[in-house]
Design a protein around this ligand. Structure first.
Ligand code: ATP
Ligand code: MG
Length: 566
Protein backbone atom coordinates (compact mmCIF):
# COMPACT_ATOMS: atom_id res chain seq x y z
CA UNK A 1 0.00 0.00 0.00
CA UNK A 2 1.08 3.57 -0.62
CA UNK A 3 2.68 5.67 2.04
CA UNK A 4 0.17 8.30 3.20
CA UNK A 5 1.16 11.41 5.16
CA UNK A 6 0.53 11.45 8.89
CA UNK A 7 -1.78 14.27 9.99
CA UNK A 8 -0.37 15.86 13.11
CA UNK A 9 -2.84 17.60 15.39
CA UNK A 10 -0.16 20.05 16.48
CA UNK A 11 -0.35 21.43 12.94
CA UNK A 12 -4.01 20.84 12.19
CA UNK A 13 -6.07 23.84 11.15
CA UNK A 14 -8.99 22.98 13.41
CA UNK A 15 -9.77 23.68 17.02
CA UNK A 16 -12.13 21.57 19.07
CA UNK A 17 -14.65 23.45 21.20
CA UNK A 18 -15.96 22.56 24.66
CA UNK A 19 -19.39 24.09 24.13
CA UNK A 20 -22.07 23.73 21.50
CA UNK A 21 -22.38 26.67 19.11
CA UNK A 22 -25.18 28.94 20.31
CA UNK A 23 -27.22 28.70 17.11
CA UNK A 24 -27.05 24.90 16.79
CA UNK A 25 -30.32 22.98 17.01
CA UNK A 26 -29.40 19.55 15.69
CA UNK A 27 -26.80 17.07 16.88
CA UNK A 28 -24.76 16.91 13.66
CA UNK A 29 -24.45 20.70 13.62
CA UNK A 30 -23.24 20.79 17.22
CA UNK A 31 -20.76 17.95 16.84
CA UNK A 32 -19.33 18.87 13.43
CA UNK A 33 -18.60 22.38 14.68
CA UNK A 34 -17.29 21.28 18.08
CA UNK A 35 -15.00 18.63 16.59
CA UNK A 36 -13.54 21.15 14.15
CA UNK A 37 -14.93 19.69 10.92
CA UNK A 38 -16.84 22.73 9.68
CA UNK A 39 -17.29 26.41 10.41
CA UNK A 40 -20.28 28.57 9.60
CA UNK A 41 -19.43 31.34 7.16
CA UNK A 42 -22.96 32.77 6.85
CA UNK A 43 -26.49 31.41 7.30
CA UNK A 44 -26.60 28.11 5.42
CA UNK A 45 -23.08 28.63 4.03
CA UNK A 46 -20.28 26.45 5.36
CA UNK A 47 -16.51 26.11 5.26
CA UNK A 48 -15.03 22.62 5.45
CA UNK A 49 -11.87 22.31 7.58
CA UNK A 50 -9.28 19.56 7.00
CA UNK A 51 -11.04 16.76 8.90
CA UNK A 52 -14.42 17.64 7.41
CA UNK A 53 -12.97 17.89 3.93
CA UNK A 54 -11.56 14.37 4.29
CA UNK A 55 -14.94 12.93 5.24
CA UNK A 56 -16.61 14.84 2.42
CA UNK A 57 -13.98 13.57 -0.03
CA UNK A 58 -14.58 9.99 1.13
CA UNK A 59 -18.31 10.33 0.49
CA UNK A 60 -17.54 11.84 -2.93
CA UNK A 61 -15.20 8.97 -3.75
CA UNK A 62 -17.79 6.32 -2.92
CA UNK A 63 -20.46 8.13 -4.93
CA UNK A 64 -18.07 8.53 -7.87
CA UNK A 65 -17.04 4.86 -7.83
CA UNK A 66 -20.62 3.63 -7.87
CA UNK A 67 -21.68 6.10 -10.56
CA UNK A 68 -18.72 5.11 -12.73
CA UNK A 69 -19.66 1.46 -12.16
CA UNK A 70 -23.05 1.94 -13.89
CA UNK A 71 -21.31 3.56 -16.84
CA UNK A 72 -22.16 7.13 -15.93
CA UNK A 73 -19.72 9.76 -17.26
CA UNK A 74 -18.52 12.52 -14.98
CA UNK A 75 -18.62 16.10 -16.24
CA UNK A 76 -18.48 19.49 -14.56
CA UNK A 77 -20.94 22.13 -15.68
CA UNK A 78 -20.98 25.71 -14.39
CA UNK A 79 -22.89 26.70 -11.26
CA UNK A 80 -23.38 30.24 -12.63
CA UNK A 81 -26.01 29.87 -15.33
CA UNK A 82 -27.79 32.04 -17.89
CA UNK A 83 -31.50 32.75 -17.49
CA UNK A 84 -32.75 31.73 -20.95
CA UNK A 85 -32.92 27.91 -20.59
CA UNK A 86 -34.72 28.31 -17.26
CA UNK A 87 -37.17 30.66 -18.97
CA UNK A 88 -37.79 28.06 -21.65
CA UNK A 89 -38.85 25.48 -19.04
CA UNK A 90 -40.65 28.03 -16.86
CA UNK A 91 -38.44 27.37 -13.86
CA UNK A 92 -36.97 30.91 -13.75
CA UNK A 93 -40.35 31.93 -12.27
CA UNK A 94 -41.65 28.64 -10.89
CA UNK A 95 -38.67 28.09 -8.63
CA UNK A 96 -39.88 31.05 -6.60
CA UNK A 97 -37.87 32.51 -3.75
CA UNK A 98 -35.53 29.53 -3.47
CA UNK A 99 -33.70 30.53 -6.65
CA UNK A 100 -30.64 32.75 -6.35
CA UNK A 101 -30.97 35.23 -9.23
CA UNK A 102 -28.31 37.80 -10.08
CA UNK A 103 -27.25 40.23 -12.78
CA UNK A 104 -23.97 40.86 -14.49
CA UNK A 105 -22.52 44.32 -15.17
CA UNK A 106 -24.51 44.63 -18.37
CA UNK A 107 -27.79 43.87 -16.64
CA UNK A 108 -27.99 40.31 -18.01
CA UNK A 109 -29.92 37.84 -15.82
CA UNK A 110 -28.18 34.83 -14.31
CA UNK A 111 -28.88 32.27 -11.62
CA UNK A 112 -26.90 30.00 -9.33
CA UNK A 113 -27.94 26.47 -10.30
CA UNK A 114 -30.32 24.78 -7.84
CA UNK A 115 -30.30 21.67 -10.08
CA UNK A 116 -29.25 21.35 -13.72
CA UNK A 117 -31.88 19.61 -15.88
CA UNK A 118 -31.92 22.45 -18.41
CA UNK A 119 -28.17 22.68 -18.89
CA UNK A 120 -27.69 18.92 -19.24
CA UNK A 121 -30.54 18.76 -21.76
CA UNK A 122 -28.82 21.46 -23.81
CA UNK A 123 -25.48 19.69 -23.53
CA UNK A 124 -26.98 16.49 -24.94
CA UNK A 125 -28.80 18.48 -27.61
CA UNK A 126 -25.43 19.87 -28.67
CA UNK A 127 -23.56 16.53 -28.53
CA UNK A 128 -26.03 13.80 -29.51
CA UNK A 129 -27.65 13.64 -32.92
CA UNK A 130 -28.65 10.01 -33.38
CA UNK A 131 -30.25 7.22 -31.36
CA UNK A 132 -26.80 5.62 -31.57
CA UNK A 133 -25.47 8.33 -29.22
CA UNK A 134 -27.95 7.20 -26.55
CA UNK A 135 -28.57 6.03 -23.90
CA UNK A 136 -26.22 8.18 -21.87
CA UNK A 137 -25.92 8.94 -18.17
CA UNK A 138 -24.02 12.09 -17.18
CA UNK A 139 -23.20 13.23 -13.67
CA UNK A 140 -21.35 15.85 -11.72
CA UNK A 141 -20.47 16.51 -8.09
CA UNK A 142 -20.90 20.19 -7.62
CA UNK A 143 -22.20 22.96 -5.40
CA UNK A 144 -25.87 23.74 -5.66
CA UNK A 145 -27.53 26.95 -4.51
CA UNK A 146 -30.97 27.30 -2.97
CA UNK A 147 -32.15 30.18 -0.86
CA UNK A 148 -33.79 27.86 1.66
CA UNK A 149 -36.42 29.47 3.87
CA UNK A 150 -35.05 27.88 7.04
CA UNK A 151 -31.36 27.06 6.75
CA UNK A 152 -31.33 26.11 10.39
CA UNK A 153 -30.16 22.54 10.46
CA UNK A 154 -26.47 23.14 9.78
CA UNK A 155 -24.98 21.04 7.01
CA UNK A 156 -28.29 19.19 6.63
CA UNK A 157 -29.89 22.13 4.89
CA UNK A 158 -27.38 24.47 3.32
CA UNK A 159 -28.02 27.36 0.98
CA UNK A 160 -24.82 26.23 -0.73
CA UNK A 161 -24.42 22.45 -0.62
CA UNK A 162 -22.67 19.66 -2.46
CA UNK A 163 -24.81 17.40 -4.62
CA UNK A 164 -24.15 14.57 -6.99
CA UNK A 165 -26.65 15.14 -9.75
CA UNK A 166 -27.04 12.84 -12.70
CA UNK A 167 -29.26 12.80 -15.74
CA UNK A 168 -30.16 9.95 -18.05
CA UNK A 169 -31.19 10.32 -21.67
CA UNK A 170 -33.00 7.53 -23.53
CA UNK A 171 -35.05 7.24 -26.70
CA UNK A 172 -37.53 4.69 -25.29
CA UNK A 173 -39.62 4.52 -22.13
CA UNK A 174 -38.22 1.13 -21.16
CA UNK A 175 -34.73 2.60 -21.61
CA UNK A 176 -35.61 5.24 -19.04
CA UNK A 177 -36.90 2.51 -16.72
CA UNK A 178 -33.51 0.76 -17.11
CA UNK A 179 -31.50 3.93 -16.39
CA UNK A 180 -33.71 4.49 -13.34
CA UNK A 181 -33.15 0.92 -12.13
CA UNK A 182 -29.38 1.33 -12.57
CA UNK A 183 -29.45 4.42 -10.38
CA UNK A 184 -31.63 2.71 -7.79
CA UNK A 185 -29.08 -0.10 -7.48
CA UNK A 186 -26.11 2.29 -7.47
CA UNK A 187 -27.74 4.29 -4.67
CA UNK A 188 -28.33 1.13 -2.64
CA UNK A 189 -24.62 0.36 -2.94
CA UNK A 190 -23.58 3.93 -2.12
CA UNK A 191 -25.67 4.19 1.04
CA UNK A 192 -24.69 0.71 2.20
CA UNK A 193 -21.00 1.55 1.76
CA UNK A 194 -21.47 4.84 3.58
CA UNK A 195 -22.90 2.87 6.48
CA UNK A 196 -26.21 4.72 6.44
CA UNK A 197 -29.44 3.17 7.62
CA UNK A 198 -32.01 4.10 4.97
CA UNK A 199 -35.39 3.20 3.41
CA UNK A 200 -36.51 3.58 -0.18
CA UNK A 201 -39.80 5.44 -0.13
CA UNK A 202 -42.35 6.36 -2.76
CA UNK A 203 -42.25 10.13 -3.26
CA UNK A 204 -44.20 12.85 -4.94
CA UNK A 205 -42.67 14.29 -8.06
CA UNK A 206 -43.23 17.80 -6.66
CA UNK A 207 -42.16 20.80 -8.70
CA UNK A 208 -39.98 18.62 -10.93
CA UNK A 209 -42.91 17.11 -12.80
CA UNK A 210 -42.75 13.65 -14.31
CA UNK A 211 -43.94 10.28 -13.17
CA UNK A 212 -42.12 7.75 -11.01
CA UNK A 213 -40.01 8.98 -8.16
CA UNK A 214 -38.51 7.48 -5.02
CA UNK A 215 -36.63 8.99 -2.12
CA UNK A 216 -33.86 7.47 -0.05
CA UNK A 217 -34.63 8.43 3.52
CA UNK A 218 -32.28 8.02 6.48
CA UNK A 219 -34.28 7.67 9.71
CA UNK A 220 -33.13 10.31 12.21
CA UNK A 221 -34.62 12.53 14.87
CA UNK A 222 -33.35 15.64 13.09
CA UNK A 223 -35.02 14.72 9.81
CA UNK A 224 -37.46 17.11 8.21
CA UNK A 225 -39.34 14.44 6.29
CA UNK A 226 -41.86 12.03 7.74
CA UNK A 227 -42.20 8.60 6.26
CA UNK A 228 -44.71 5.87 6.83
CA UNK A 229 -43.62 2.27 7.13
CA UNK A 230 -46.05 -0.63 6.97
CA UNK A 231 -45.29 -3.21 9.69
CA UNK A 232 -47.05 -5.88 7.61
CA UNK A 233 -46.06 -5.44 3.95
CA UNK A 234 -43.22 -3.79 2.00
CA UNK A 235 -45.00 -0.43 1.68
CA UNK A 236 -42.89 2.60 2.65
CA UNK A 237 -43.59 6.15 1.51
CA UNK A 238 -42.94 9.75 2.32
CA UNK A 239 -46.17 10.82 4.03
CA UNK A 240 -46.39 13.58 1.40
CA UNK A 241 -46.85 10.87 -1.21
CA UNK A 242 -49.63 8.90 0.50
CA UNK A 243 -53.04 9.40 -1.05
CA UNK A 244 -56.36 8.16 0.23
CA UNK A 245 -58.75 6.43 -2.18
CA UNK A 246 -62.03 8.19 -2.97
CA UNK A 247 -64.84 5.84 -1.88
CA UNK A 248 -68.35 7.21 -2.61
CA UNK A 249 -71.11 6.02 -0.25
CA UNK A 250 -74.88 5.76 -0.59
CA UNK A 251 -76.75 8.70 0.99
CA UNK A 252 -80.37 7.91 0.06
CA UNK A 253 -81.37 7.45 3.73
CA UNK A 254 -79.83 10.69 5.00
CA UNK A 255 -82.57 13.17 5.99
CA UNK A 256 -82.58 16.69 4.56
CA UNK A 257 -80.02 19.17 5.80
CA UNK A 258 -81.15 21.06 8.90
CA UNK A 259 -79.79 24.09 10.75
CA UNK A 260 -79.06 23.68 14.45
CA UNK A 261 -78.30 26.52 16.84
CA UNK A 262 -74.80 26.12 18.23
CA UNK A 263 -73.86 29.32 20.03
CA UNK A 264 -70.21 29.86 20.97
CA UNK A 265 -68.83 26.93 19.03
CA UNK A 266 -66.28 28.52 16.69
CA UNK A 267 -63.85 25.57 16.89
CA UNK A 268 -64.25 21.89 16.13
CA UNK A 269 -63.51 21.01 19.78
CA UNK A 270 -66.21 23.32 21.17
CA UNK A 271 -68.69 22.14 18.52
CA UNK A 272 -68.09 18.42 19.06
CA UNK A 273 -68.29 18.85 22.86
CA UNK A 274 -71.53 20.83 22.75
CA UNK A 275 -73.24 18.35 20.39
CA UNK A 276 -71.76 15.25 21.98
CA UNK A 277 -70.44 13.93 18.65
CA UNK A 278 -66.91 12.88 17.68
CA UNK A 279 -64.86 15.48 15.80
CA UNK A 280 -64.81 13.06 12.88
CA UNK A 281 -68.55 13.67 12.34
CA UNK A 282 -67.87 17.32 11.58
CA UNK A 283 -66.51 18.94 8.45
CA UNK A 284 -63.80 21.54 8.92
CA UNK A 285 -63.37 24.19 6.22
CA UNK A 286 -60.07 26.02 6.11
CA UNK A 287 -59.91 29.17 4.01
CA UNK A 288 -56.76 30.04 2.09
CA UNK A 289 -55.85 32.46 -0.68
CA UNK A 290 -54.34 31.08 -3.85
CA UNK A 291 -52.78 33.89 -5.84
CA UNK A 292 -55.23 36.17 -4.04
CA UNK A 293 -58.41 34.11 -4.76
CA UNK A 294 -60.25 32.53 -1.82
CA UNK A 295 -60.25 28.73 -1.76
CA UNK A 296 -61.94 26.61 0.92
CA UNK A 297 -60.35 23.30 1.91
CA UNK A 298 -62.68 20.71 3.45
CA UNK A 299 -61.40 17.92 5.71
CA UNK A 300 -62.97 15.80 8.48
CA UNK A 301 -62.93 17.69 11.78
CA UNK A 302 -60.49 15.27 13.40
CA UNK A 303 -57.85 15.76 10.69
CA UNK A 304 -55.24 18.46 10.16
CA UNK A 305 -54.68 20.14 6.79
CA UNK A 306 -51.14 19.69 5.50
CA UNK A 307 -50.35 23.13 4.07
CA UNK A 308 -47.33 21.71 2.24
CA UNK A 309 -49.68 19.42 0.31
CA UNK A 310 -51.98 22.36 -0.45
CA UNK A 311 -49.00 24.38 -1.65
CA UNK A 312 -47.69 21.49 -3.73
CA UNK A 313 -51.11 21.11 -5.34
CA UNK A 314 -51.37 24.76 -6.35
CA UNK A 315 -47.66 25.39 -7.13
CA UNK A 316 -46.40 27.65 -8.61
CA UNK A 317 -49.34 29.75 -7.35
CA UNK A 318 -48.70 31.23 -3.91
CA UNK A 319 -50.87 29.95 -1.04
CA UNK A 320 -51.54 32.18 1.99
CA UNK A 321 -53.83 31.95 5.00
CA UNK A 322 -56.77 34.37 5.03
CA UNK A 323 -56.52 37.43 7.26
CA UNK A 324 -58.92 39.65 9.26
CA UNK A 325 -59.00 41.97 6.25
CA UNK A 326 -60.17 39.15 3.98
CA UNK A 327 -63.06 38.32 6.31
CA UNK A 328 -63.93 42.02 6.53
CA UNK A 329 -64.07 42.21 2.72
CA UNK A 330 -66.31 39.12 2.46
CA UNK A 331 -69.17 39.31 5.00
CA UNK A 332 -70.63 36.11 3.51
CA UNK A 333 -67.69 34.17 4.99
CA UNK A 334 -68.46 33.83 8.69
CA UNK A 335 -65.36 33.02 10.67
CA UNK A 336 -65.77 29.76 12.57
CA UNK A 337 -69.07 28.93 10.84
CA UNK A 338 -68.09 28.37 7.20
CA UNK A 339 -69.86 25.54 5.37
CA UNK A 340 -69.49 24.42 1.75
CA UNK A 341 -73.25 24.50 1.07
CA UNK A 342 -74.21 27.80 -0.55
CA UNK A 343 -70.65 29.12 -0.69
CA UNK A 344 -70.51 31.64 -3.48
CA UNK A 345 -67.51 32.46 -5.65
CA UNK A 346 -65.25 30.22 -3.61
CA UNK A 347 -63.44 27.24 -5.08
CA UNK A 348 -64.01 24.21 -2.85
CA UNK A 349 -61.42 21.50 -2.67
CA UNK A 350 -61.85 18.57 -0.32
CA UNK A 351 -60.00 15.58 1.00
CA UNK A 352 -61.12 12.23 -0.51
CA UNK A 353 -62.52 11.34 2.92
CA UNK A 354 -65.25 13.87 2.11
CA UNK A 355 -66.40 11.48 -0.64
CA UNK A 356 -69.74 11.83 -2.48
CA UNK A 357 -72.55 10.62 -0.21
CA UNK A 358 -70.74 11.26 3.09
CA UNK A 359 -72.81 13.26 5.57
CA UNK A 360 -71.51 16.02 7.85
CA UNK A 361 -72.16 18.58 10.53
CA UNK A 362 -70.67 21.81 9.28
CA UNK A 363 -70.96 25.60 9.51
CA UNK A 364 -74.23 27.17 8.35
CA UNK A 365 -72.50 30.35 7.13
CA UNK A 366 -74.37 32.13 9.97
CA UNK A 367 -72.78 33.04 13.30
CA UNK A 368 -73.66 30.59 16.09
CA UNK A 369 -75.29 28.10 13.71
CA UNK A 370 -74.29 24.78 12.15
CA UNK A 371 -76.08 22.53 9.71
CA UNK A 372 -76.41 18.76 10.10
CA UNK A 373 -76.99 16.09 7.43
CA UNK A 374 -74.99 18.06 4.88
CA UNK A 375 -74.21 15.53 2.17
CA UNK A 376 -71.31 15.81 -0.28
CA UNK A 377 -72.60 15.80 -3.86
CA UNK A 378 -76.18 16.50 -2.71
CA UNK A 379 -75.94 19.69 -0.66
CA UNK A 380 -72.62 20.92 -1.98
CA UNK A 381 -70.26 20.20 -4.83
CA UNK A 382 -66.56 19.53 -4.47
CA UNK A 383 -64.67 21.29 -7.27
CA UNK A 384 -61.71 19.00 -6.85
CA UNK A 385 -60.62 16.17 -4.60
CA UNK A 386 -57.08 16.64 -3.33
CA UNK A 387 -55.37 14.62 -0.64
CA UNK A 388 -54.48 17.38 1.81
CA UNK A 389 -54.60 15.87 5.30
CA UNK A 390 -51.61 15.16 7.49
CA UNK A 391 -51.05 11.41 7.55
CA UNK A 392 -51.31 10.05 11.10
CA UNK A 393 -49.80 7.12 12.91
CA UNK A 394 -52.18 4.19 12.48
CA UNK A 395 -53.72 5.38 9.20
CA UNK A 396 -54.37 2.36 6.96
CA UNK A 397 -51.58 1.19 4.65
CA UNK A 398 -52.74 1.91 1.07
CA UNK A 399 -51.52 -1.55 0.06
CA UNK A 400 -52.74 -3.88 2.82
CA UNK A 401 -54.74 -1.79 5.31
CA UNK A 402 -52.51 -2.38 8.34
CA UNK A 403 -51.93 0.63 10.61
CA UNK A 404 -48.90 2.63 9.42
CA UNK A 405 -45.97 3.54 11.65
CA UNK A 406 -44.54 7.07 11.20
CA UNK A 407 -40.90 8.12 11.63
CA UNK A 408 -38.74 11.19 10.97
CA UNK A 409 -36.03 10.95 8.34
CA UNK A 410 -33.45 12.88 6.33
CA UNK A 411 -33.75 12.76 2.55
CA UNK A 412 -30.32 11.69 1.32
CA UNK A 413 -31.15 10.83 -2.28
CA UNK A 414 -33.90 11.19 -4.80
CA UNK A 415 -34.50 9.48 -8.15
CA UNK A 416 -37.00 10.71 -10.75
CA UNK A 417 -38.33 9.45 -14.03
CA UNK A 418 -38.86 12.89 -15.51
CA UNK A 419 -40.07 11.83 -18.92
CA UNK A 420 -40.19 14.53 -21.59
CA UNK A 421 -40.96 17.64 -19.57
CA UNK A 422 -37.53 19.20 -20.15
CA UNK A 423 -36.83 17.69 -23.56
CA UNK A 424 -40.18 19.04 -24.81
CA UNK A 425 -39.45 22.51 -23.47
CA UNK A 426 -35.95 22.55 -24.97
CA UNK A 427 -36.82 20.42 -28.02
CA UNK A 428 -34.27 17.67 -27.60
CA UNK A 429 -34.66 15.17 -30.46
CA UNK A 430 -32.31 12.64 -31.96
CA UNK A 431 -32.64 10.86 -35.26
CA UNK A 432 -34.41 7.54 -34.60
CA UNK A 433 -33.86 4.11 -36.07
CA UNK A 434 -36.33 4.78 -38.88
CA UNK A 435 -34.83 8.09 -39.87
CA UNK A 436 -37.42 10.17 -38.04
CA UNK A 437 -36.67 12.49 -35.11
CA UNK A 438 -37.45 11.00 -31.68
CA UNK A 439 -38.10 13.07 -28.57
CA UNK A 440 -35.67 12.01 -25.84
CA UNK A 441 -36.91 10.88 -22.40
CA UNK A 442 -35.05 11.81 -19.29
CA UNK A 443 -34.39 10.91 -15.67
CA UNK A 444 -32.77 12.98 -12.94
CA UNK A 445 -31.11 11.66 -9.82
CA UNK A 446 -29.58 13.40 -6.80
CA UNK A 447 -27.47 12.48 -3.80
CA UNK A 448 -26.96 15.06 -1.08
CA UNK A 449 -23.20 14.61 -0.65
CA UNK A 450 -22.67 17.20 2.07
CA UNK A 451 -26.02 16.28 3.64
CA UNK A 452 -24.90 12.63 3.78
CA UNK A 453 -21.99 13.66 6.03
CA UNK A 454 -24.43 15.27 8.46
CA UNK A 455 -26.90 12.38 8.17
CA UNK A 456 -24.11 9.95 9.04
CA UNK A 457 -23.13 12.08 12.01
CA UNK A 458 -26.77 12.05 13.14
CA UNK A 459 -27.10 8.29 12.87
CA UNK A 460 -23.74 7.22 14.29
CA UNK A 461 -22.85 9.75 17.02
CA UNK A 462 -23.10 8.79 20.69
CA UNK A 463 -22.98 10.82 23.88
CA UNK A 464 -19.19 11.22 23.58
CA UNK A 465 -19.16 12.59 20.05
CA UNK A 466 -18.83 11.59 16.42
CA UNK A 467 -18.30 7.95 15.57
CA UNK A 468 -17.56 7.43 11.88
CA UNK A 469 -17.96 4.23 9.90
CA UNK A 470 -14.57 3.08 8.56
CA UNK A 471 -15.01 4.01 4.90
CA UNK A 472 -15.81 7.66 5.54
CA UNK A 473 -13.74 8.36 8.68
CA UNK A 474 -11.14 11.15 8.35
CA UNK A 475 -8.47 8.64 9.43
CA UNK A 476 -8.22 4.93 10.22
CA UNK A 477 -6.40 5.40 13.51
CA UNK A 478 -6.16 8.26 15.97
CA UNK A 479 -2.83 7.90 17.78
CA UNK A 480 -2.77 9.77 21.09
CA UNK A 481 0.49 10.71 22.78
CA UNK A 482 -0.38 11.08 26.48
CA UNK A 483 2.11 13.92 26.92
CA UNK A 484 5.65 12.98 28.01
CA UNK A 485 8.46 13.31 25.46
CA UNK A 486 8.94 9.56 25.33
CA UNK A 487 5.26 8.96 24.70
CA UNK A 488 5.21 11.51 21.89
CA UNK A 489 8.30 9.93 20.35
CA UNK A 490 6.68 6.50 20.43
CA UNK A 491 3.38 7.86 19.05
CA UNK A 492 5.15 9.52 16.12
CA UNK A 493 7.22 6.42 15.46
CA UNK A 494 4.14 4.15 15.35
CA UNK A 495 2.35 6.71 13.19
CA UNK A 496 5.19 6.57 10.64
CA UNK A 497 5.12 2.78 10.60
CA UNK A 498 1.37 2.70 10.07
CA UNK A 499 1.49 5.39 7.39
CA UNK A 500 4.20 3.49 5.55
CA UNK A 501 1.76 0.59 5.35
CA UNK A 502 -0.97 2.81 3.90
CA UNK A 503 -2.94 3.38 7.12
CA UNK A 504 -4.40 6.87 7.44
CA UNK A 505 -3.21 8.29 10.77
CA UNK A 506 -4.21 11.30 12.82
CA UNK A 507 -1.76 11.74 15.67
CA UNK A 508 -2.34 13.93 18.70
CA UNK A 509 1.16 15.26 19.36
CA UNK A 510 0.00 18.58 20.78
CA UNK A 511 2.44 19.73 23.46
CA UNK A 512 1.04 21.12 26.69
CA UNK A 513 -2.42 19.61 26.27
CA UNK A 514 -3.50 17.35 29.12
CA UNK A 515 -4.08 13.64 28.46
CA UNK A 516 -7.69 14.06 29.63
CA UNK A 517 -8.38 16.72 27.00
CA UNK A 518 -6.72 14.59 24.34
CA UNK A 519 -8.83 11.54 25.22
CA UNK A 520 -12.03 13.58 25.21
CA UNK A 521 -11.07 15.11 21.88
CA UNK A 522 -10.31 11.72 20.35
CA UNK A 523 -13.80 10.58 21.29
CA UNK A 524 -15.35 13.79 19.97
CA UNK A 525 -13.49 13.50 16.64
CA UNK A 526 -14.69 9.93 16.20
CA UNK A 527 -11.95 8.04 14.33
CA UNK A 528 -12.87 4.32 14.62
CA UNK A 529 -9.65 3.16 16.36
CA UNK A 530 -7.76 5.03 19.05
CA UNK A 531 -4.19 4.02 19.93
CA UNK A 532 -2.76 5.50 23.12
CA UNK A 533 0.94 5.79 23.90
CA UNK A 534 0.58 6.25 27.65
CA UNK A 535 1.59 4.73 30.96
CA UNK A 536 3.51 1.75 29.58
CA UNK A 537 5.15 3.51 26.63
CA UNK A 538 8.59 2.94 28.14
CA UNK A 539 7.98 -0.84 27.89
CA UNK A 540 6.86 -0.51 24.27
CA UNK A 541 3.25 -1.23 25.26
CA UNK A 542 0.30 0.77 23.89
CA UNK A 543 -3.46 0.64 24.36
CA UNK A 544 -5.83 0.09 21.42
CA UNK A 545 -9.38 1.25 21.91
CA UNK A 546 -12.43 0.74 19.71
CA UNK A 547 -14.22 4.08 19.52
CA UNK A 548 -17.67 2.52 19.16
CA UNK A 549 -17.60 -0.27 21.74
CA UNK A 550 -15.05 1.30 24.07
CA UNK A 551 -13.24 -2.07 24.27
CA UNK A 552 -9.56 -1.68 25.18
CA UNK A 553 -6.60 -3.93 24.81
CA UNK A 554 -2.93 -3.60 25.74
CA UNK A 555 -0.59 -4.57 22.91
CA UNK A 556 3.09 -4.33 22.13
CA UNK A 557 3.96 -1.85 19.41
CA UNK A 558 4.62 -4.71 16.96
CA UNK A 559 1.27 -6.35 17.77
CA UNK A 560 -0.57 -3.04 17.39
CA UNK A 561 1.05 -2.30 14.03
CA UNK A 562 0.35 -5.84 12.82
CA UNK A 563 -3.28 -5.57 13.93
CA UNK A 564 -3.87 -2.20 12.29
CA UNK A 565 -2.18 -3.08 9.01
CA UNK A 566 -3.83 -6.50 8.69
P1 ATP B 1 -35.64 18.77 0.56
O1 ATP B 1 -37.04 18.27 0.48
O2 ATP B 1 -34.88 18.25 1.73
O3 ATP B 1 -35.52 20.25 0.39
P2 ATP B 1 -35.35 18.34 -2.25
O4 ATP B 1 -36.50 17.47 -2.53
O5 ATP B 1 -35.47 19.78 -2.50
O6 ATP B 1 -34.90 18.13 -0.72
P3 ATP B 1 -33.77 17.40 -4.47
O7 ATP B 1 -34.09 18.57 -5.30
O8 ATP B 1 -34.34 16.09 -4.81
O9 ATP B 1 -34.06 17.74 -2.94
O10 ATP B 1 -32.18 17.29 -4.36
C1 ATP B 1 -31.44 16.07 -4.36
C2 ATP B 1 -30.76 15.83 -3.03
O11 ATP B 1 -29.99 16.96 -2.63
C3 ATP B 1 -31.72 15.61 -1.90
O12 ATP B 1 -32.13 14.27 -1.85
C4 ATP B 1 -30.90 16.00 -0.69
O13 ATP B 1 -30.13 14.89 -0.24
C5 ATP B 1 -29.97 17.06 -1.22
N1 ATP B 1 -30.41 18.41 -0.82
C6 ATP B 1 -31.48 19.10 -1.25
N2 ATP B 1 -31.56 20.31 -0.68
C7 ATP B 1 -30.48 20.40 0.14
C8 ATP B 1 -29.97 21.41 1.02
N3 ATP B 1 -30.58 22.59 1.14
N4 ATP B 1 -28.83 21.16 1.71
C9 ATP B 1 -28.19 19.98 1.58
N5 ATP B 1 -28.61 18.98 0.78
C10 ATP B 1 -29.74 19.19 0.06
MG1 MG C 1 -35.67 21.38 -1.19
Amino acid sequence: MANVPVQRMSQLMAKTLRDDPADAEVLSHKLLVRAGYVRRTAAGIWSWLPLGKRVLANVERIVREEMDAIGAQEVLLPALLPREPYDATGRWDEYGQELFRLQDRKGGDYLLGPTHEEIFTLLVKDQASSYKDLPVILYQIQHKYRDEARPRAGILRGREFLMKDSYSFDTEDDGLARSYALHREAYQKIFARLGLDYRICAATAGAMGGSKSEEFLAPAEAGEDTFADCPNCDFAANTEAITYQLKPVDATDVPAAEDIPTPDTPTIETLAASLGVPASATLKNLLVKVDGEIVAVGVPGDREVDLDKVEAHFAPAVVELVTEADFAARPDLVRGYVGPQGLDKVTYIADPRVAPGTSWITGANKAGTHTKNVVAGRDFEVDQYVDVVVVQQGDPCPKCGTGLVLDRAIEIGHIFQLGRKYTDALKLDVLGQHGKPVRVTMGSYGVGVSRAVAALAEQTADDKGLCWPKEVAPADVHVVAAGKALQTELALDISQKLAAAGVRVLVDDRPGVSPGVKFTDSELIGVPQILVAGRRAADGVVELKDRRTGEREELTVEEAVARLTA
